[in-house]
Write a protein that binds this ligand. Structure first.
Ligand SMILES: [Zn+2]
Ligand SMILES: [Zn+2]
Ligand SMILES: [Zn+2]
Length: 479
C-alpha cells in the first residue's frame, strides 16, 4: 500500500529544510497518518543467512534459493512472494559468483524496480527518487570515497542486459540510500535486520521533539497464499493531536543526548544543522546534565568534572566488557560507577541513566531480577522526566522494566508498568503490531496474578515458584 487519496497529507515548501509534509486535516494521537510499502529493501550482509529475504523475519531453518544459494526464505510461500524482486538479482549473483554488499544490492534493487515501473510507482507516491536529496556535495572526503567504491562495485555487478544508467545517476542513488536509507527491523521491532527505501517517508523532516513516529509493521506473514503477504511497510503514526496544516515530523536520533550532541549526530549522518525548538533553546539539556542538590548545596565544579570524566571512561570499559561477553565484569564496573555517581549526579543525568540501563539489562540476563528491577525502576523515573510521554523508546523501556519487575515477583509494580507500556504502544505501534499483542497478553496474565496475589500472597508465591522452576515467565523477552 502506498499513499492513497484518502491520506490527509501534502507536500509543501518547508523553508530551508527543503520540502516537507503536512496534514490537510486534524489528527489524533495514535492515528495512522499514512502507510507505505518499501520501494526496495535488502537484508543486512551480516544476517543474510538468518533472516527471510522476503518478510524479514528471523528463521532457524530457512529455505535457500537453489539458484543463487544466497537468498533465504521462511518457506516456498515467501520465496514465491519475493520472486519478482529477486529474479534479476538472482541471475546477477549467479553471474558474479557471489553477492555484493547490502548497499550495492539495495541500489540494484532500486534501479531494477525503476526499470520495471519507472521511478514513480503509483499515484500514492508523492515524490520520485530523482527528486530526493543525495547530499553528495556535503559529504566528507572519506564518505565520498566510500560512495565511489560502491559505484564501482555496482558497475561490476549490474548486468549488461539491464537498463544502463550513467555514473552520476548511480551516485545519486547511493547518496539517497546513505542519507535516506531506513533501517528495517524484524517482525517485533527488536532487532535491525536490513535497510530499505521509503520515498514518502523521506519527505518527513526531522524534529528532536516530533509529532509523529514511524514504525514497521510487516502485517500478516503467516498466510499461506503469497498474494496475502503484505510487503515490508511502515506506518507513520501521530504521537499527539496534530492541527490541520501542521508540518509532520519524526526524530532521526534518540532524544537522550544533549542538544549539541544530537546536532552533531544529525550533521554527521544527515548533513543538516538541527534548528528545532528543543535544540535552539536547549530544552531539557539542564536535566540531562543535572547534578544532585543536597540541602540547597550543589557539589563543586571540580567534583562534577571528576565524576563525569570517570563515567565516560567507565562507560567505554563497560561496553568493552559487554562486547566480550564478560557480564560479571560489566556488573562490577556498573557498581563502581553508581557508587561515584549517586552522591553527585541527579536522577535524570544521562551518564547515570546509561549505567542504570546497562546494569538492569545485564542483571536480568543473569536472572538477578530483584537488583535489576531496582535499577530499572530508577531508570524509568529519569526517562519519564526526559522523554515525550508517547515516545516509542519510552514505551519499549517501560515494557522491559515491567517484565523485569514481574520476574522479580514485584507483581504490583510489574503490572502497572506493563499497563503503562501498553498504553504507549497502542499509540506508537497500534493495536495490530505483534509487540502490542504481546503486551496485551502480558497485561492479562499479570492482572490475573495480581488478583491472586491480593487474595492470597502465599498461594501466589508458591505458584510463582512452580512456574519459575519449569520455565521463566515470558522467557527471552528481556534481552
Ligand atoms: Zn518470510
Ligand atoms: Zn536466487
Ligand atoms: Zn533538534
Amino acid at each position: 500500500m502506498t499513499l492513497q487519496k484518502k491520506d490527509a497529507v501534502e507536500v509543501f515548501a518547508a523553508g530551508e529544510k527543503g520540502r516537507g509534509l503536512r496534514t490537510t486535516k486534524e489528527m489524533q494521537a495514535g492515528e495512522v497518518v499514512f502507510t507505505e510499502a518499501s520501494f526496495a529493501a535488502v537484508v543486512f550482509d551480516s544476517l543474510y543467512l538468518q533472516v527471510c529475504h522476503n518478510c524479514f523475519r528471523r528463521q532457524a531453518n530457512p529455505h535457500r534459493c537453489a539458484q543463487c544459494k544466497f537468498a533465504y526464505y521462511c518457506d516456498r510461500t515467501c520465496q514465491r512472494a519475493a520472486w519478482d524482486e529477486h529474479k534479476l538479482e538472482c541471475a546477477a549473483i549467479r553471474q558474479q559468483g557471489r553477492a555484493p554488499s547490502e548497499n550495492v544490492r539495495l541500489a540494484a534493487r532500486t534501479l531494477w524496480r525503476m526499470q520495471r515501473h519507472t521511478s514513480k510507482v503509483s499515484d500514492g507516491q508523492l515524490t520520485t527518487l530523482d527528486l530526493l536529496e543525495d547530499h553528495i556535495s556535503d559529504m566528507a572526503p572519506e564518505d565520498l570515497k566510500e560512495l565511489q567504491v560502491d559505484v564501482q562495485k555496482f558497475l561490476e555487478y549490474w548486468p549488461r542486459k539491464s537498463k544502463q544508467f550513467g555514473v552520476e545517476y548511480i551516485s545519486h542513488i547511493f547518496g539517497v540510500i546513505k542519507c535516506n536509507g531506513f533501517t528495517v527491523s524484524d517482525q517485533k521491532g527488536l532487532q535491525a535486520v536490513g535497510v530499505g527505501i521509503f520515498p514518502n517517508l523521506c519527505l518527513v523532516n526531522h524534529d528532536c521533539w516530533p509529532n509523529c513516529t514511524v514504525i514497521l509493521n510487516h502485517g500478516n506473514q503467516t498466510a499461506l497464499d503469497a498474494a496475502l503477504h503484505s510487503q515490508r511497510r511502515i506506518e507513520l503514526r501521530a504521537l499527539g493531536n496534530i492541527a490541520e496544516g501542521e508540518e509532520l515530523t519524526v526524530s532521526y536520533v534518540d532524544f537522550l543526548n544533549v542538544s549539541k550532541d544530537r546536532q552533531q549526530l544529525l550533521k554527521q549522518q544527515y548533513y543538516f544543522h538541527c534548528k528545532c525548538e528543543h535544540c535552539s533553546k536547549g530544552i531539557k539539556d539542564d536535566l540531562m546534565m543535572a547534578v544532585k542538590e543536597k540541602d540547597g548545596k550543589k557539589p563543586s565544579a571540580e567534583l562534577v568534572k571528576e565524576v563525569t570524566d570517570f563515567s565516560v571512561q567507565k562507560l567505554a570499559k563497560i561496553e568493552e566488557a559487554r562486547t566480550a561477553g564478560n557480564f560479571h565484569e560489566v556488573i562490577k564496573i556498573c557498581h563502581e560507577c553508581l557508587e561515584k555517581q549517586e552522591p553527585v549526579l541527579a536522577d535524570t543525568h544521562l551518564y547515570l541513566l546509561r549505567v542504570l540501563r546497562i546494569a538492569s539489562e545485564v542483571l536480568s540476563y543473569l536472572q538477578i531480577f530483584q537488583e535489576a528491577a531496582e535499577y530499572a525502576r530508577r531508570m524509568m523515573e529519569g526517562y519519564r522526566k526526559l522523554y515525550h510521554p508517547n515516545n516509542a523508546q519510552l514505551g519499549m523501556a517501560t515494557m522491559r522494566a515491567g517484565v523485569i519487575h514481574w520476574h522479580a515477583g514485584l507483581i504490583e509494580a510489574g503490572h502497572g508498568m506493563i499497563c503503562k507500556a501498553y498504553a504507549i504502544l497502542m499509540i506508537t505501534h497500534g493495536p495490530h503490531h505483534p509487540m502490542t499483542k504481546d503486551l496485551e497478553s502480558m497485561r492479562t496474565q499479570t492482572e490475573m496474578e495480581l488478583r491472586l496475589f491480593k487474595e492470597n500472597e502465599h498461594v501466589y508465591h508458591s505458584m510463582r515458584e512452580a512456574v519459575l522452576s519449569s520455565k521463566p515467565i515470558g522467557g527471552g523477552k528481556v534481552q
